[in-house]
Design a protein around this ligand. Structure first.
Ligand SMILES: CC(C)(COP(=O)(O)OP(=O)(O)OC[C@H]1O[C@@H](n2cnc3c(N)ncnc32)[C@H](O)[C@@H]1OP(=O)(O)O)[C@@H](O)C(=O)NCCC(=O)NCCS
Length: 218
């Protein structure tokens, strides 16, 4: 990982940054779908649908097809929910990266570049509910460049920035399905603080977020 260059975001990076963010986010769809299939409500729906159709139609094929259709519909719904979440984020900070992250002294947006190509992103800004902390956001590394320590280097950049600005720590939220991210944050010293339901997906998916914190002051 000798060639990694970490620099501030520039306007020309806009498209590639959005692409890396989108890919990182959509990677969570399969794991979220599997999680949805394990929910008791979903399993009950499948069983009820199967038994009702079996009893009324006296056919085996129809209930099987109906359950498969229900599962396919559920998969589409998970994708739809993630697309909504993505759209929402694209309309907020990702629509105005410069304005959100680069016009105040305590925020920043970085990209990781290898051989002149942007392959990773990370950002931070003051945490809304914890004024002594900055919040790490938009951590994402292209699949082709994973496992080379790029995310670790980006975490160090954020920690150093946080320390230099006199904040006590860095917090972040990640999903329960983002296991690679959980490994990463725990490897660089973050501690798990709490787990809470994601307001957008909570009712349908029982989908939790984890809050991590890293203290940066000695
Ligand atoms: C999470 C993510 C940023 C990690 O990027 P990366 O560049 O591959 O991570 P690194 O190579 O710097 O690895 C950092 C540490 O995490 C660990 N790690 C990363 N992925 C792992 C995995 N799948 N299994 C076990 N450990 C893993 C590594 O062991 C490494 O520690 P080590 O070098 O001491 O062994 C990347 O997988 C990603 O972009 N995922 C999709 C988007 C996402 O989930 N973002 C986080 C949102 S909060």
């Amino acid at each position: 990982m000798t060639d990694l260059k970490i620099r501030r975001y520039e306007e020309d990076d806009d498209e590639v940054v959005k692409e890396i963010f989108t890919m990182g986010m959509m990677e969570q769809v399969p794991a979220s779908f599997m999680h949805m299939l394990k929910q008791p409500l979903m399993q009950m729906l499948c069983v009820c649908l199967f038994c009702t159709l079996m009893a009324t139609s006296k056919s085996f094929l129809l209930p099987v097809l109906a359950v498969m259709l229900l599962i396919a519909g559920a998969r589409r719904m998970v994708s739809y929910l993630f697309n909504c979440y993505l759209d929402e984020n694209m309309k907020r900070d990702m629509a105005k990266i410069r304005e959100t992250y680069l016009t105040t002294p305590n925020s920043c947006f970085w990209v990781g570049e290898i051989d002149g190509r942007v392959v990773a992103t990370v950002a931070c800004l003051p945490a809304e509910k914890q004024p002594e902390c900055l919040q790490l956001k938009r951590m994402s590394v292209r699949r082709s460049h994973r496992g080379q320590g790029i995310a670790k280097a980006l975490c160090h950049t954020v920690a150093e920035f946080t320390r230099s600005r006199g904040y006590q720590g860095v917090i972040l939220h990640t999903s329960v399905f983002a296991t690679d991210a959980q490994y990463l944050y725990e490897r660089v010293g973050y501690q798990k603080m709490r787990q809470f339901l994601n307001p957008l997906f909570a009712r349908i998916l029982n989908f939790s977020l984890i809050e991590y914190r890293l203290n940066v002051q000695p």
